[in-house]
Design a protein around this ligand. Structure first.
Ligand SMILES: C[S@@+](CC[C@H](N)C(=O)[O-])C[C@H]1O[C@@H](n2cnc3c(N)ncnc32)[C@H](O)[C@@H]1O
Length: 327
């Protein structure tokens, strides 16, 4: 991806688009796939074949070595772990069958200093962690982020589940880009325990992020049902990219990743197969110059005329808001 290419929003199945994008082009891949609903997802077997060294130095086919088998980028025995895990809970099998070839592509598309953020719910996160450790290599695991919110109905027979999990993996544990000082600071929980100067400055976020959901009546709302808050994406983009870097989100939905990337001077490619998502993004990006919309995986990109609309969704997000009092 070169600096003179336009930011792009592509309407297509992401699995058809990804092979058209160049190796190592993206510093950040953020993915917020649809959660496992229990119904069969579209499956596709993986076609890539690489040769990797195993832990004992044996050379084996990496992605491939037999239809639908993958050994893992670091030469781990991914296939065995995958078999055990998916047999243990076959409801996860369809979901992983859908995600796996897309994650293989995400890995290829990451730059050597790049980072993957995979946004999951608590039902998927643990299976995905084990599989990603085997696929990326455990040494490439950087963080498990917890996005905690407090909104909506509360279960009475268990602890109400009010968090999402974001697994963070780097392509190369020696060279990845991460700058926590570039991130918006947040208020101390007990400001009285630190100096007034420190309290004024705020603290660097940890791996637990308290942040409200997108308010049903707020400025950010696009109407897209699974829209994520700009504040969450803002931290991710600030920490894991520099100005001018390319960001990819191929489960783009309402385009939150691109909206945040644009306000922070990053470049972006967004993909979604749902025409409603594309409609929402046309409105959301209408006042951002130079965004091209592309129909289909290999369609020509069409630059849209920019005109002011009143979504207001692309202003910088406010500082992360702590949820103190709820209901
Ligand atoms: C959870 S939503 C993403 C929401 C997004 N993070 C936001 O802030 O609006 C997941 C998106 O993935 C899209 N999607 C699902 N399967 C896809 C596929 N095979 N190719 C492209 N998009 C897909 C859905 O249409 C949906 O918009």
């Amino acid at each position: 991806m070169t600096p003179d290419e336009p930011d792009r929003i592509i309407h297509a199945d992401n699995l058809a688009v990804l092979p058209t994008l160049p190796d190592g082009a993206f510093t950040l891949v953020y993915l917020d796939p649809p959660f496992n609903t229990g119904r069969a997802q579209k499956r596709q077997s993986t076609r890539h074949v690489r040769v990797e060294a195993t832990d004992d130095g044996e050379l084996v086919p990496g992605f491939g070595g037999g239809a639908g088998t993958i050994t893992g980028f670091a030469g781990r025995r991914y296939e065995r772990i995958r078999g055990d895990l998916l047999r243990y809970d076959d409801r996860f099998d369809d979901y992983w069958g859908f995600l796996e070839p897309r994650l293989v592509e995400a890995w290829r598309l990451l730059a050597d200093d790049g980072t993957l953020y995979l946004h999951l719910d608590y039902r998927e996160a643990h299976y995905a962690k084990v599989l990603l450790d085997a696929l990326f290599g455990r040494e490439c695991f950087l963080n498990e982020l917890i996005w905690a919110y407090d909104y909506g109905a509360k279960a009475k027979r268990k602890w109400p589940t009010k968090h999402d999990t974001i697994l963070v993996y780097v392509k190369n544990p020696s060279t990845y880009w991460f700058d926590s000082t570039a991130v918006d600071r947040e208020p101390y929980m007990a400001p009285g325990l630190v100096t007034p100067e420190k309290a004024e400055l705020g603290k660097l976020p940890t791996d637990v992020w308290w942040h409200t959901i997108v308010s049903p009546t707020g400025r950010e709302k696009t109407g897209y049902p699974t829209q994520k808050p700009e504040g969450i994406l803002r931290r991710i983009v600030q920490a894991s990219t520099r100005e001018g870097d390319w960001v990819l989100d191929f489960f783009a939905g309402s385009g939150t990743t691109g909206a945040v990337a644009a306000t922070l001077g990053r470049r972006f490619v967004l993909v979604d197969e749902n025409p409603e998502a594309i409609g929402v993004m046309r409105a959301r990006f209408a006042n951002i110059e130079g965004v091209a919309f592309q129909e289909g995986a290999d369609g020509a990109a069409e630059a849209i005329a920019t005109e002011a609309v009143t979504t207001g969704a692309v202003e910088p997000a406010e500082a992360v808001e702590r949820v103190e009092a709820v209901e």
